[in-house]
Design a protein around this ligand. Structure first.
Ligand SMILES: [Mg+2]
Length: 144
């Protein structure tokens, strides 16, 4: 299966290239790449211009390979991650959703938050708000 091969290949490369990187570091990198994806789409939405060809796809690929490697670091084969995705989708289908999104354009289910959902909320802030508090790519380049 191609997804499993991608996970194996990215893990073999990353573990050689970045020996000793922790799952926490990998998760932080995933947050940064998620922000880059958000910025790529936001730039298009604000400017009304066409995205640089494939830029959004490239950022999605960054997120995908980081997620696959992080899953492996946490002991989940790609096939397990994929199955978890189907399980989560079924859970989403069973929930009740608001008619309108929040100010970030996010729809969040109406049932009380469960333990698993706490992963997406920190001190009452949704993932969009959390991403907005992180330095942008341009700010990070100034710091580096
Ligand atoms: Mg990127």
């Amino acid at each position: 299966m191609k997804l499993q091969r991608l996970q194996n290949d990215v893990a073999a490369w990353a573990e050689k290239q970045f020996p000793g990187q922790t799952a926490l570091g990998k998760a932080a990198h995933l947050v940064r790449e998620s922000r880059e994806l958000h910025e790529a789409i936001q730039d298009q939405a604000v400017s009304g211009t066409t995205l640089e060809a494939g830029h959004d796809l490239e950022e999605m690929a960054d997120c995908l390979i980081l997620l696959l490697h992080l899953a492996k670091m946490r002991g989940y084969a790609a096939t397990v991650l994929l199955e978890a995705g189907f399980v989560k989708l079924d859970e989403c289908k069973s929930r009740t959703w608001p008619a309108q999104p929040d100010s970030d354009g996010v729809y969040h289910h109406l049932e009380p938050t469960t333990i698993s959902d706490d992963k997406f909320f920190i001190e009452g802030k949704g993932i969009g708000e959390i991403l907005d508090t992180l330095p942008s790519a341009e700010e990070r380049r100034k710091i580096a």
